[in-house]
Write a protein that binds this ligand. Structure first.
Ligand code: GTP
Ligand code: MG
Length: 427
């Protein structure tokens, strides 16, 4: 699962990235601080308790809880291969990509251009960071007040993304589309698929794109005569399906509430959500938590000052942290981590599945309990899950077992959220 952070320069993309991944990166109040993309992992809690909670109850009932219980884990008994699980709160990895800022006209080479957008090509969704405080102009230059609005930033981003995709399909269009004369209509799809598979487009997206042209321009004529408008329509349709966009209305700490209300409706109509955030405040809490000064669960505005914190924090520092907590508390939505969670489990509707090698004990070959929690799209089949684990497992798929019911399931069985699945494969 990959999520890209995009937006104009100087809005807090890298601050958000750092708050979510705990990776230190360059952050500064001028445009184009980031040139090469930052890539890191954000640990996202599953919305439901880890399946190890059920296993624990089962073992307790059967008097078989023979594992040494570590109190620090507040009951969790799984052994995640990646991430961790405390109090049945299981964290799964999400790859985040923080890219250079994008400015209007980037597709014509302005700012840093839009070449770097290819870094976002394989993302499942994008989060646009906008400046809700109006403290920067559309190119990210600090100007105090009266800068660009979130709505302006949103519209120009869509425009640049469309121009980027239009650029990819335009260069060989005439030659590609002329193949219709010898190969029929499917030649267009083949050409588009060839050009756009690099950014993750599948046949279904291509079909919608071409259908949109027929609908919008009934008199478009022969495909090799299609121009900028038709090709932009294809690009825009494909973009909206391929890259759902949600928005972090950032710097909300120095913005009025109205500043993000304006864009909420539009983003929602396009299938995204808007959440007010203060990346800077979240980063401060993360850092304090990492230094052991506070006990803080990302996404929550409340925290407790630890014993170390009581000793080390000066009065102004303590007041500062409390004021940050209060600020975060005053908005709806659980900040950046809440937004990420909404995107992954709401908009992308990801389900979790736990592949195991032993359906009775829910362990892998080495005895690790529920080692993997894999996020899959709605409609993923048992065989699809096998492929998500390893291509060999998918290729050799014979059958699977639902470990909760011990029932044998076939390749076409659709994975439900929380399923624990044992896959039988050749070799
Ligand atoms: N007030 C306020 N300032 C913020 C917030 N988040 C980031 N900033 C500040 O905004 C400036 C830009 O932050 P960056 O994270 O470097 O922004 P960016 O979008 O990555 O910028 P580029 O890499 O140049 O495109 C820095 O001075 C941050 O401290 C926030 O939530 N509130
Ligand atoms: Mg940056």
């Amino acid at each position: 699962m990959r999520i890209g952070l995009v937006g104009k320069p100087n809005v807090g993309k890298s601050t958000s990235f750092s708050a979510l991944t705990e990776k230190p990166v360059e952050i500064a109040n001028y445009p184009f601080t980031t040139i090469d993309p930052n890539v890191g992992i954000a640990w996202l809690p599953l919305p439901d308790p880890c399946a190890c909670s059920q296993l624990r109850s089962k073992k307790e009932k059967e008097g078989k809880l023979d594992i040494e219980i570590n109190d620090e884990r507040k009951g969790s008994i799984c052994s995640p291969n990646s991430g961790y699980c405390v109090g049945f709160n299981r964290l799964v990895p999400i790859t985040l990509i923080d890219v250079a800022g994008l400015v209007p006209g980037a597709h014509e080479g302005r700012g840093r251009g839009n070449q770097f957008l290819s870094d976002l090509a394989r993302c499942d969704a994008l989060i646009q960071i906008v400046d809700a405080s109006g403290s920067t102009d559309i190119e990210g230059n600090p100007i105090g007040t009266g800068g660009s609005t979130p709505l302006e930033e949103y519209h120009f981003l869509l425009k640049e993304l469309d121009a980027w995709i239009t650029g990819i399909i335009s260069s060989g269009w005439q030659r590609g589309a002329r193949r219709v004369q010898s190969e029929g209509e499917k030649a267009i799809s083949l050409y588009l698929l060839d050009q756009l598979s690099g950014i993750g487009a599948k046949e279904i997206h291509i079909t919608s794109g071409v259908a949109a042209v027929h609908e919008k321009f009934p008199n478009a004529g022969v495909p090799w005569g299609w121009g900028k408008e038709e090709l932009t329509t294809i690009a825009s349709t494909i973009r909206s399906e391929l890259f759902p966009i949600s928005v972090a209305a950032n710097k909300a700490d120095s913005a009025s509430k109205e500043s993000w209300l304006e864009i909420q409706e539009v983003v929602k109509t396009n299938g995204g959500i808007v959440v007010p955030t203060s990346a800077e405040a979240e980063l401060a809490l993360r850092r304090a938590s990492r230094s052991g000064l506070i006990d803080h669960v990302p996404g929550e505005s409340d925290f407790e000052i630890t014993k170390i914190g009581e000793e080390k924090l000066s009065n102004p520092q303590r007041k500062g942290l409390i004021s940050i907590g209060n600020t975060l508390n005053s908005w709806e939505g659980r900040g950046l981590i809440g937004l990420l969670s909404e995107v992954v489990f709401g908009i992308l509707d990801r389900k979790v599945a736990y592949p195991v090698q032993d359906e009775s004990h829910w362990i892998d070959g080495e005895g690790n309990i529920l080692p993997d929690a894999i996020l899959v799209p709605e409609g993923t089949t048992a065989k699809g899950l096998a492929y998500a684990v390893h291509s060999d497992l998918g290729d050799g798929f014979i059958r699977a077992v639902d470990a909760r019911t011990s029932r044998v399931i076939g390749a076409d069985y659709e994975i439900r959220n929380g399923d624990i699945i044992r896959i039988h494969a050749k070799n």
